[in-house]
Design a binder for this molecule. Sequence first.
Ligand code: ATP
Ligand code: MG
Length: 259
Amino acid sequence: MAKVFCIANQKGGVGKTTTAVNLAAGMAMVGQRVLLIDLDPQGNATMGCGIDKRTIQNNVYQVLVGLASAKESIVRAEESGFDVLPANRDLAGAEVEMVEFESRELKLREAIAEVKDQYDFILIDCPPALSLLTLNALCCANGVVIPMQCEYYALEGLSDLVNTIKQVCKNLNPNLTIIGLLRVMFDPRMTLSQQVSEQLEKHFGNKVFQTIIPRNIRLAEAPSYGIPGVLFDTKSKGAKAYIDFATEMVERVGLPATA
Ligand code: ATP
Ligand code: MG
């Protein structure tokens, strides 16, 4: 049975999608069966692993509102080595439509139940908001990975996210834990980065992943080729860091019982 993790941070542009796509590819490289769910109407994760969001038949929107099953909406990202439940701008309408639904925060959990035994890991790329979509991700996850840039405002936003996770844990999903904080787009030459990084370690101890993802142009270039960074330029510093991170992540959470 798959372990489910969401990649969340309500701040925009902090490396959620880059982390989700490269973690999925890194896990697939070591033989894990991975499903990546794109839960963002921007569809960046979808495009980033080589699926054209404009031509897909079904996407996660149809799944959430009950027009299609997860099984019939999942597509294979052949070059990336894993499956994807894609998204596009259709998804922007889901939040409004779902307001009328009963148990609207559980729609994703219900929808993926039928495919959970086909994967070792399911990763969910969240949108940059603490919205109903993110709540759906938090309600079906075993844990949360929080990518963050080491800058002052990053810490401010973190407490809102941690509080939301605590609330969800208390009221909706008692299994939910923070797996770890991942320092991304790190620039060791900046004193502020070092300081924030040290503060994070002080406050969150071993919840902070040891692996640090450097700022690396190859990671930023990869999406335009529709290939995860870890496969686009395997020798780049960014690719190596994400492979180390995938290994650290698997060590931290363990393999699913059936694997
Ligand atoms: P959004 O909140 O809009 O969904 P996000 O949190 O998913 O954004 P990404 O899309 O992963 O963030 O990254 C934002 C931008 O930074 C992208 O252009 C991406 O290519 C670039 N980027 C991400 N990680 C790195 C890195 N380690 N080095 C260099 N560029 C990076
Ligand atoms: Mg994103």
